[in-house]
Ligand binder design. Sequence first.
Ligand SMILES: NC(=O)c1ccc[n+]([C@@H]2O[C@H](COP(=O)([O-])OP(=O)(O)OC[C@H]3O[C@@H](n4cnc5c(N)ncnc54)[C@H](OP(=O)(O)O)[C@@H]3O)[C@@H](O)[C@H]2O)c1
Length: 306
Amino acid sequence: MPKAYGFTQYGGPELQEFLDLPKPTPGAGEVLVAVRAAGVNPVDWKIRQGYLAEVMPLELPAVLGREVAGAVEEVGQDVDDFSVHDEILGSVAPGSGGYAEYALVTASTATKKPPQVSFTDAAALPVAAGTAYDAVQQLGLAEGESLLINGIGGGVGVAAAQLARDLGVFVIGTGSEEKRELTESLGGTLVTYGDGVANRVREIMPGGVDAVLDVVGGDALRAVAELVSNRSRLLTTADPDTVAELGGGGVERDGSGAVLAKIVQLVADGKLDPHVSDVVPLERAGEALASVESGHTRGKVVIAVG
Ligand SMILES: NC(=O)c1ccc[n+]([C@@H]2O[C@H](COP(=O)([O-])OP(=O)(O)OC[C@H]3O[C@@H](n4cnc5c(N)ncnc54)[C@H](OP(=O)(O)O)[C@@H]3O)[C@@H](O)[C@H]2O)c1
């Protein structure tokens, strides 16, 4: 049996284990990928907890992980863009998972991996950098404007900071003190979160900021909302209910292979670095997810397969 790591019932990390599952067969619009690397995201533990069970019902046991990079091993019906042996990155198909030797990928979300981009960097892109890209587009940022990224140090934040910086946007990010050096290396200015965060931002930007991208939600989102007067430019990836109360909105995901192709090209051109801070072998997938679940990831954590 190929190795796959997932969970047997909805709940805590104690329900995670290696699963005995056959190699999956691609359906229409899907490809079977021999996984070389799988990105780890907060959504993985949220799915395991059952928080998305209504919107994304799963047959259990289920394999963890939403994004992979690897080589196409089999092509399903109605897939014209990919052939066996193509090296690709993309989002896993509904019901499939990435923390595994084999995963099904939805062809419409995938793109070919440029040879100069590593599998580990490629696997880190579809969810976090994809979301950052969509958010920056949706905010309609222009040169000379300012953006506050609430939670700059993780997967979405580091990508959003680079994309905004390259548009000529002044980037401020909230994070723990541990994220200061990283933030400055991205061209941003770090403001520590906690009591008085809005005042600390105002010390730098007395009139507030032009836009806010929040990836934390809850009280941390409430604390910075006052900094943006045009609430159509207050977006969150993490807390749709609170942002709606505050007059803002969620990030609308594109998720297409066409957009992912643009993102991976930025990486190939040296303009975007997903900042993979930890590469963990599949045998230690549980540790990889635990480190993301701790909520203080630096850049991205990726699982290496094979
Ligand atoms: N809707 C979508 O399609 C979508 C896609 C991607 C992500 N998301 C969601 O977006 C959120 C962020 O994702 P991610 O991948 O960037 O997560 P991540 O990699 O875990 O990063 C989160 C970052 O927030 C920082 N942080 C924690 N508490 C904070 C606070 N109170 N104020 C400011 N920063 C704080 C953390 O480090 P420090 O505390 O050390 O600074 C960490 O660097 C998650 O909830 C995820 O599920 C949604």
